[in-house]
Design a protein around this ligand. Structure first.
Ligand SMILES: [Zn+2]
Length: 201
């Protein structure tokens, strides 16, 4: 009996070791998408950096934990915090064009606003970094959806052209070409209309 119990204990220990080895290996993995698929975190896990909680298969900021859930909860890091700390992302938006450096302050403000609004409902969608490049800006995001959103919102507010390239691994590379403000294009159009109606009159 005693032997049997010891064997059982050893088995449990071995299983625990294998589990922690697996976790360590997953942490070294450079692909966050694969991490999410192959190693779901302990339920519940509380992110030690941002406080997000993994419960019922989702990371949320507003999960309410019962005393019992708190008791069996484990500390860890959510995928977004891991990506930010490794400076990795699933989305990238490269901004270039004459007007980018001129309107840089307003562009950065817009990026922060869009990201803050996204974070309210989707805490895993975050900015990893915003870097100035040669006459442009390079934004890395944890989620391809946020990079897509930023491209869309910047074009809507300022004008210019956006292109999106989705890669096989689920990442998105977007570019925003911003040569002249939206207003300038509109004013040119308005002049054209006036000339035409003048010609007709
Ligand atoms: Zn976190």
């Amino acid at each position: 009996m005693a032997n049997g119990r010891r064997m059982l204990g050893q088995t449990k220990q071995a299983r625990g070791l294998i589990r922690s080895l697996n976790r360590a290996m997953v942490r070294d993995d450079k692909s966050p998408r694969v991490v999410e698929k192959t190693a779901p975190p302990h339920d519940p896990t509380i992110c030690a950096r941002c406080g997000a909680v993994f419960l019922r298969k989702t990371w949320r900021n507003d999960h309410k934990l019962s005393d019992e859930q708190l008791e069996r909860g484990e500390w860890g890091f959510c995928p977004a915090c891991l990506q930010v700390s490794k400076e990795e992302g699933q989305g990238r938006l490269l901004m270039r064009g004459k007007a980018v450096s001129r309107d840089q302050a307003a562009i950065r403000r817009r990026i922060r606003n869009v990201a803050a609004r996204a974070a309210k409902t989707q805490p895993q969608r975050r900015i990893v970094s915003i870097e100035s490049t040669d006459g442009g800006l390079d934004v890395l995001t944890t989620s391809q959806k946020l990079a897509h959103r930023l491209g869309h919102e910047l074009k809507k507010l300022f004008g210019g052209r956006v292109t999106y390239t989705w890669n096989d691994d689920g990442t998105l590379f977007a570019t925003w070409d911003y040569q002249a403000p939206k207003g300038a294009a509109h004013r040119n159009q308005a002049r054209t209309f006036r000339t035409r109606s003048g010609a007709r009159a």
